[in-house]
Ligand binder design. Structure first.
Ligand SMILES: [Zn+2]
Length: 401
């Protein structure tokens, strides 16, 4: 049994995951990796007198959560040839890339990521490695391999199913190791057309069955889904969360609010392609389509907030131009541009995900694991303070049981 570890952190203001506290300094006592006490005022003199180490900073908040990443992909790479060569390397190379992604995430203050799928199950292995003491990696909630219709989009992150028995069997097998079941419900956006042009991969009946099979195994689903047809299926089937969700509508958002379906809008990959059209050789017309899609997405994000849809902030890190860890602050900027408050945005990047994932402690509170970031400035004063954390404590987040 290691000796009791105790220290104090004194900050001018802080955010608990839902609310900012800025009425004066606060003193946090951390004992054995947990918040033992939060007291109003700066008690550093008395604590130092009793021999306790005291750390000072401007601002404390829960560790960030990126609710949609692909650890095995390198988002910083923007060269198409290099990206396709990356995917063809031996498994060990992809594993190393995933380790680097998890380390980079933590260094950026992202203490937890939800991996949205890879074909090799690399995310499961990194989840196990991240739990080892001293891993210096973000913890991983792993979607394992996703489920897709044979012959359709998603081969890099999902396995094929065809008929109802193979769907049930796939869900049961995946649920043994996957924290959530990833469904590839639609293809990707055709940017030249400015629309999702293919039919959903699964019917409403099939999707309802997949969601029910996952629930029987105690698992939520998260669905890759964009376009009106796919979104109607996802909302009616009651998936756990809709990922991406481009071409959203007020009607779908209302149904999501009623059924407590979360939304992870992932602005970052499209925003990169809009800002850097040369990377993919997009025409002026396609750039116009991207801008229109992003603007509509922002309008729907603001609408979702008004309707009470649960938002999970996710970047799709690993996509072209979306670097693990760093992208979270960019995604935060997209939420603010859409008119959300910083409190709503940081809740989506901390508390909402923890609660949606069923973790025992969703906020920074007495009794919670000390999973927190110390910043040199209050992000309400200077947003870029989020880009340079003074210190990250990655106290293990536990499932509620
Ligand atoms: Zn993704």
């Amino acid at each position: 049994m290691p000796a009791s570890q105790e220290f104090a952190v004194v900050v001018a203001s802080w955010f608990d995951g839902e609310r900012r506290h800025a009425v004066g300094p606060s003193t946090f006592i951390v004992r054995d990796g947990r918040v033992a006490d939060i007291a109003a005022g700066d008690h550093s003199a008395a604590l130092r007198g009793s021999g306790l180490a005291v750390q000072h900073g401007a601002f404390l908040m829960p560790g960030l959560v990126d609710a949609h990443v692909h650890l095995f992909l390198d988002g910083a790479s923007t060269d198409l040839t290099a990206r396709s060569a990356h995917l063809k390397q031996p498994l060990e190379g992809l594993l190393q890339a995933a380790r680097d992604s998890a380390r980079q995430s933590l260094a950026c203050g992202v203490t937890l990521v939800r991996d949205a799928g890879d074909r090799h199950g690399i995310n499961h292995q990194i989840r196990a490695e991240a739990r080892l003491p001293g891993s210096a990696m973000a913890q991983v909630r792993s979607g394992g391999m996703g489920i897709k219709r044979a012959g359709r989009y998603g081969g890099f992150m999902a396995q094929d199913v065809q008929d109802a028995p193979s769907m049930r069997e796939a869900v049961r097998a995946l649920a043994l190791d996957s924290d959530e079941i990833k469904l590839i419900l639609t293809g990707i956006i055709d940017f030249d057309a400015g629309a999702v042009t293919d039919e959903p991969q699964f019917t409403l009946e099939e999707t309802t069955e997949l969601v029910a099979s996952a629930a029987e195994c105690g698992r939520k689903t998260f669905a890759h889904c964009s376009g009106a047809k796919g979104l109607a299926v996802a909302a009616a089937a009651g998936v756990g969360s809709i990922e991406h969700g481009f071409f959203m509508s007020a009607d779908i958002l209302r149904r999501m609010a009623e059924k407590n379906i979360a939304w992870t809008p992932t602005f970052s990959p499209l925003h990169f392609q809009w800002a850097h059209p040369e990377a993919l050789g997009w025409s002026a017309q396609t750039v116009g389509n991207l801008r229109r899609i992003l603007d509509q997405h922002a309008e729907h994000l603001a609408m979702a907030t008004g309707l009470g849809v649960k938002l999970l902030l996710g970047t799709d890190a690993g996509s072209m131009g979306v670097a693990h860890g760093h992208a979270v602050v960019d995604e935060i900027a997209r939420y603010l541009e859409a008119g959300l408050s910083l409190e709503q945005t940081l809740s989506a990047a901390t508390f909402n995900a923890r609660r949606h994932f069923g973790l025992a402690h969703a906020t920074l509170a007495v009794g919670a694991p000390f999973n927190a970031l110390l910043l040199a400035q209050d992000p309400w004063v200077q947003l870029d303070a989020l880009r340079s954390t003074l210190q990250v404590w990655s106290g293990a987040l536990e499932d509620a049981s």
